[in-house]
Design a protein around this ligand. Structure first.
Ligand code: AMP
Length: 308
């Protein structure tokens, strides 16, 4: 049973009200893969980098039994670079620089050794690129999850819809859900999106938690009220990585199991924001995950007492 993760491997410069980190390792696939590695092994990574990518992170992936055969290394070229700046409340973020570099004409090639994989997590990328991964799989993975962003929904909506149609779980934030459904009501938007094809929809609401929908059920997972949020970069990706990692570990796709997957996704995301970049995801221990899972449980448990 293997899990394929797809997405950017990058360098990021991040500015928050607490400081600035220059050219640190980032990228959606970095966060997704590190997060998923706490739950499932082996992972097969699909991405593209230049010659400059971090040897330390490369070794970290290997240590975690991540197969890197599907990562194309372009000689003499530079890895994707992104520079973001957060506002005082850490909820708003401006992209100051995006240098696509190797990502500009990325055309992933799935190695033979990745064939037969059971789980696929498509990180935020051009929807055509995401679909090309699905199309190269000789046998469709039994569970396909996907993330996307405003940029693609606004610019290549039809391509996004085609890719969504082929996925089982769509993971997006509230703003993206409203944009995709063209509806301000989140509950109505969720219904419309489920009619676009995915069996399950997860809507992330940042510090306000996440909602899980299928056609008949809704579940809400809170975010842990953290005293210190240092850097929200990668929170969404580590949420997705934790979620798909948990599903790959348990092998079950049903609403009850997805509730736990959403909680584990929230647990991992709550660690991710504690330090700049993916640092905290590297240093995490299974015991810390277990303790925070307990904190999530007590955050939402109460004795029911029917007065009426
Ligand atoms: P998140 O905070 O979860 O939305 O993800 C942040 C990560 O996404 C950063 O590490 C960036 O390197 C990466 N990223 C930003 N823009 C893009 C893009 N257009 N395509 C792929 N990855 C991106």
């Amino acid at each position: 049973m293997t899990l394929i993760t797809v997405g950017s491997l990058a360098f990021d410069t991040i500015e928050t009200p607490f400081g600035k980190a220059e050219k640190i390792v980032g990228g959606a696939a970095t966060y997704i893969t590190l997060a998923a590695s706490y739950f499932h092994s082996p992972i097969q990574l699909v991405s593209v980098i230049g010659e400059d990518f971090s040897p330390e992170m490369w070794e970290e992936f290997k240590k975690r039994n991540v197969n890197l055969e599907g990562v194309e290394i372009r000689k003499g070229e530079k890895s994707f670079f992104w520079h973001g700046k957060y506002g005082m409340d850490l909820n708003t973020r401006d992209t100051l620089v995006t240098e696509l570099n190797v990502l500009a004409n990325f055309s992933p090639k799935i190695p033979d050794s990745y064939q037969g994989s059971d789980y696929l997590m498509l990180g935020n990328l051009d929807p055509k690129v995401q679909r090309s991964v699905i199309e190269q799989m000789k046998r469709r993975p039994s569970i396909i999850a996907m993330d996307t962003m405003n940029f693609w929904i606004e610019n290549v909506r039809d391509e996004v819809l085609k890719t969504i149609r082929q996925t089982d779980i769509l993971i997006i934030n509230d703003e993206e859900a409203r944009l995709l459904a063209e509806d301000h009501s989140l509950a109505r938007a969720a219904n419309k999106i489920l009619n676009m094809g995915p069996k399950y929809l997860v809507i992330k609401k940042g510090e306000h938690g996440a909602l899980l929908f299928d056609k008949t059920n809704v579940f809400f997972a809170p975010a842990l009220p953290l005293e210190e949020v240092f850097d929200p970069t990668g929170a969404g990706d580590s949420f997705a990585g934790g979620l798909i990692g948990y599903i790959a570990k348990t092998g079950k796709l049903n609403f009850e199991n997805l509730k736990n997957a959403v909680i584990y996704g929230s647990v991992i995301a709550s660690f991710c924001v504690e330090e700049f970049g993916p640092q905290r995801l590297v240093s995490l221990t299974p015991l810390e995950i277990r303790e925070r899972y307990k904190a999530f449980t007590s955050l939402t448990s109460f004795n029911t007492f029917h007065l009426f």
